[in-house]
Design a protein around this ligand. Structure first.
Ligand SMILES: [Zn+2]
Length: 148
């Protein structure tokens, strides 16, 4: 495999993150200081116009972490690297349901007193987040508050 400048030897690379959400991903992960992190913010992207990017060295994500990151960065490109080889690479897909992560934008929603629960559907390029408590639908790209 071609060795690219800036490529990490071991770890994970999350590319095509919606602009602004790289920092949310890092807040969610609460990494220990021993993991070197590379962050790209507001990078030009053919696919997205502007994107963020996160690389974490010597770190591997659990399925649960990948699921949560799929909500913070729908359709981002996830790669796992071992000894400079990309061993896994796929586009993140939105989970059907996630609990506890999304804060319902409806301030009167009863979910604020419990663990929130959202279901998701992709509708013509947009991801719709549905609050299972108050039944409201939101465009996920406009949801700004998460439990991180
Ligand atoms: Zn709600």
């Amino acid at each position: 495999m071609e060795k690219k400048i800036g490529m990490i030897a071991n770890g994970v690379n999350i590319d095509h993150i919606p602009q602004g959400n790289a920092l949310n991903i890092l807040r969610y992960l609460r990494l220990e200081r021993k993991y070197p992190v590379g962050i790209g913010l507001n990078l030009p992207s053919e696919r997205m116009v502007i994107k963020d990017l996160v690389k974490i060295e010597n770190y591997h994500l659990t399925d649960e972490q990948i699921k949560a990151i799929s909500v913070l960065a729908p359709h981002a490109t996830f790669s796992e690297i071992v000894n400079y080889e990309v061993v896994r690479k796929f586009q993140l897909t939105i989970p059907e349901i996630i609990e506890g992560l999304v804060i319902c934008p409806n301030h009167r929603c009863v979910s604020h007193q419990y663990r929130s629960k959202f279901s998701f559907t992709d509708v013509s390029g947009k991801t719709i987040a549905h609050c299972c408590y108050c039944d409201h639908n939101y465009d996920l790209s406009e949801v700004r508050e998460f439990n991180l």
